[in-house]
Ligand binder design. Sequence first.
Ligand code: GZL
Ligand code: ZN
Length: 304
Amino acid sequence: PASGELPPIDPTVLDGAVIGFAQVGSESGWRSANTDDIKRAAEANKVDLQFTSAEGDQAKQIASIKTYITQGVDVIAFSPVVETGWDSVLQEAKAADIPVILTDRAVDSDPSLYKTFIGSDFVAEGEKAANWAKKEFADASSVNVVVLEGTTGSAPANDRATGWKNVLGSDTKFKTLASQTGDFTRDGGKKVMEGFLAANPDIQLVYAHNDDMALGAIEAIEAAGKVPGKDIKIVSIDGVKAGMEALAAGKINYIVECSPLLGNQLFQAASAVLKGDTIPTRIVTVESEFDQAQAQAALPDRQY
Ligand code: GZL
Ligand code: ZN
């Protein structure tokens, strides 16, 4: 789907508008930066933002959306923790004539149930990570890989796995020894990597679905007396401050950026929807990718 452009914010429309946002949780540095940016943009546009965090629990996220429906907010926005299970609450919002905007993660529901989905192309992110690995290990005869998966059932976990397989799935040189969810958290990444190291003495590459799990893996690799970025290479996704610092320090080898700064686009979409303008059903965020030298150069200007 086309990435599309959104019209500029109409301040008169947003000033005092009640917008309910149901956030995933606070699992990672990316999530914190995403929350901060949404609150910043709401403040800047005088939006009356109602904000909840589901702490990774879909039932809580659904309950929060139902509360917004009862409250009769002007717009509902959320980042769905997992892809499935949203049809009925989205139908309730439609029946209540409350427009819904998805940010960050997608749902597998009928697209007529929400106005737009603003977020990254996670399949492309997985493909970028795999293309780096293909080049990095061009001279290797075999590469043992372990994968730290994101939250089970979430669009980023599903699609980052798909993108990786699109590029390397048929490349028999790359052997996936193990693949397990670390739930996008630093502690999850550390614990799962400890298990991987105990069971597999010869790992060459970690594919982490986000920086927080990569940072946990670094702790486990160092505790095992190995050198992250050298003995075991790491490719990750996000580009949060701590990840970029590890990349610049050589403990991570490559990071594919996934921007959490969705606040302005969220309120551009809300402004257009409240004016009755039609907007593209899919807005793809623009993002980059970094090797170690590029991270060193970019660090001073990073916003998160
Ligand atoms: C991606 C976002 C993911 C990040 C993780 O857009 O949904 O969730 O990659 C975050 O860091 O926890
Ligand atoms: Zn899907």
